[in-house]
Design a protein around this ligand. Structure first.
Ligand SMILES: *Cc1c(COP(=O)(O)O)cnc(C)c1O
Ligand SMILES: [Zn+2]
Length: 382
């Protein structure tokens, strides 16, 4: 069943609903079970899904490597790992949740799919919608870059550039979806969050960290990973929650602001201005949910600025990973976290590297070592 996190109203899974009538976010019941054997994550974690899963539509999402850091780990004297989500089918963790959300839409009998996104989610929904032969609609903001729109267009969905308040478009799409029979699989859909749980399960299969660093925008990723760990605890597989650390970009940090001011509800962030475009949601629909979870588990929320983010992008490259700016905020926060004593020497830390750098190369500077020469002069230039 689904439960509203604001008014506690319960909904049967046969009911076609994405958000509670009161406006609150919905969450699937906490599941419990055991981890099974098998190559695909949908086989291994099948006990934890109250959903009929059609694996023919899978693109092999998940099963991403946990990569040990050498260089950054040495710098901070910690035991650091990257959960490398850049190797998913459309190069971000969004694919895990798009796959479970797609299955929900199909279970409910939908033949039309939609999403509101300027970036990774639009690409992901376009790919899975195409594979499942659904009529797919991606609503983007009118200011979307040429580079981003092409990544979505490659899969052939209907793309609509919408002028107007982009935050409002989320709510508008849910209303129009009802009217037009389109399942709008947006950022914090309860079944999208179910897919993100698998990151928590995969981490648990390999190790139990002391701290987990999560870039946070709408809050779906944070909610999903935490739900995964809660279900492991509920199943007596894990004894306690790792320390939860949510990181926002300073130029758009409505959840951090509410946390710092001791509020229970977030307010709209005017004028977002960040290099980390994938985490620039000015009015995160799961913002209040993240605040509740951070409080409940005594976690932390903090921010990093643009310079710190771009420096972290370079640092990650020193460890061999090219990630997009939004994915680098966890690494950018390490200095603050170790200085404040939130992370101690030698502790086990996992940073979720959410999406690939190759999606947007505009923030990369071609370094001073780059030069040109004639072939006959090559010998003198090496
Ligand atoms: C979507 C996204 C995030 C943030 O996830 P939320 O569920 O919106 O909090 C972080 N990094 C990247 C690369 C993303 O695409
Ligand atoms: Zn409600």
């Amino acid at each position: 069943m689904l439960t509203c996190k604001s008014c506690s109203q319960r909904y049967d899974l046969s009911q076609n609903i994405i958000r509670c009538g009161c406006g609150g976010i919905l969450e699937n019941d906490i599941q419990s079970g055991d981890i099974s054997e098998g190559p695909s994550i949908w086989e291994r974690f099948r006990d934890f899904f109250d959903l009929d899963i059609e694996t023919d539509f899978s693109l092999g999402e998940g099963n991403t490597p946990l990569v040990k850091s050498n260089n950054i780990a040495d710098r901070y004297d910690i035991d650091l790992y990257f959960k490398n989500e850049t190797v998913n089918p459309t190069w971000s963790f969004k694919d895990r949740g798009t796959f479970t959300g797609l299955n929900r839409a199909i279970n409910l009998g939908y033949s039309k799919l939609g999403t509101v996104s300027t970036g990774n989610m639009g690409v992901s929904v376009a790919a899975y919608g195409s594979r499942a032969k659904l009529d797919t609609n991606v609503l983007v903001s009118s200011t979307i870059s040429e580079n981003k729109i092409k990544q979505i267009a490659a899969y052939g969905p209907r793309i609509i550039k919408v002028k107007g308040d982009y935050g409002q478009l989320y709510f508008e799409s849910l209303d129009l979806g009802k009217e037009k029979d389109i399942y709008f699989l947006n950022s914090d859909d309860p079944f999208r969050v179910e897919g993100y749980k698998t990151i928590g399960f995969e981490i648990f299969e390999e190790m139990i960290p002391d701290h987990i660093l999560m870039p946070t925008s709408s809050g779906g990723l944070f909610r999903g990973i935490v739900k995964g760990f809660r279900e492991l605890i509920e199943s007596d597989l894990l004894s306690e929650m790792p320390n939860l650390i949510s990181i926002q970009s300073e130029g758009c940090s409505p959840i951090y602001r509410a946390y710092k001011e001791g509020k229970e509800n977030i307010d709209h962030w005017d004028d977002p201005d960040s290099v980390a475009h994938s985490i620039e949601n000015p009015y995160p629909p799961s913002g209040d949910g993240v605040l509740r979870l951070v409080k409940k588990y005594d976690g932390t929320i903090l921010t990093v600025d643009n310079d710190e983010i771009l420096a972290a992008q370079k640092e990650l490259a020193e460890d061999g990973i090219f990630a997009q700016p939004a994915s680098c905020v966890g690494i950018a926060a390490l200095e603050q976290l170790t200085e404040k004593g939130i992370i101690d020497e030698k502790e086990k830390v996992i940073s979720i590297i959410t999406g690939a750098g190759i999606k947007d190369v505009s923030s990369v500077k071609v370094n001073d070592n780059t030069k040109s020469c004639k072939m006959e002069d090559l010998k003198d230039n090496l």
